[in-house]
Write a protein that binds this ligand. Sequence first.
Ligand code: MF3
Ligand code: CO
Ligand code: CO
Length: 267
Amino acid sequence: MAQIKTLEDLERMAPACQLASETLEYLKQAVRAGISTLELDALAEKYIADRGAIASPKGYRGYPNSICTAVNDVVVHGIPTAKPLEEGDLITIDVTVYKNGFHGDKAATVIVPGKRNPEGERLLRVTEAAMYLGIAEARAGARLGDIGAAIQEHVEAAGFSVVRDFCGHGIGRMFHEDPQVLNYGQRNTGRKLRPGMVFTVEPMINAGTWEVRILRDGWTVITQDGSLSAQFEHTIAVTASAPRVLTLFTEHEHAMWASYQKPDRAG
Ligand code: MF3
Ligand code: CO
Ligand code: CO
């Protein structure tokens, strides 16, 4: 049973979500050829600690670092490494912080400046749009399957594939709560959405096949065929009207959400 958050819970959760966003923007501007994901991890750890919060991943089920970083064919849960980023690399940074008794979770994919990566750019744009299309479905009375279907339709129409083995999740006082939010599925199936449900929408999209495998470090997930993978993530709340995107932060994100959300029904 998904936990229902009160308005007061949401007001306490908003700062955690905004700090996750602020940290992610800070890390995005630090991305350049030559920096390693381990260095980004150290920047994140300090940035979050300096603001009186905790990086949720560190120690979570034995996870060793403060953020997850997924470069090129890494899909999700990438453990930061000492390898320097290269121009044109595709990198997903996933930040989760704990503050005020609540977690906020957010991820975005960017391309390391210096060299064009046309396939990576198209994958990134399709993944981001798919996430907003999914979020737009998260209205009271709709079902979880509506979110997955909207994501899957957009991704597959573009010739890409939806990773099946990982999904979005309820979030709040705990990092991962009920329900599971699949990035594929059928409309009008799955649990009904109710105001106060808070969860992430975080599609992982591969340029090739959806199959993945896990490296021997026990965490890092890569595409089976070596193709590129991208991911975007927001933490959202279902309300009586439009979904509230708690991790909405940059101008670009506000503009994207404004263009993808469904208008409120009149009356
Ligand atoms: N932030 C990831 C998510 O979106 C989870 C990372 S779990 C960790 O759910 F242990 F790898 F940090
Ligand atoms: Co998440
Ligand atoms: Co995340």
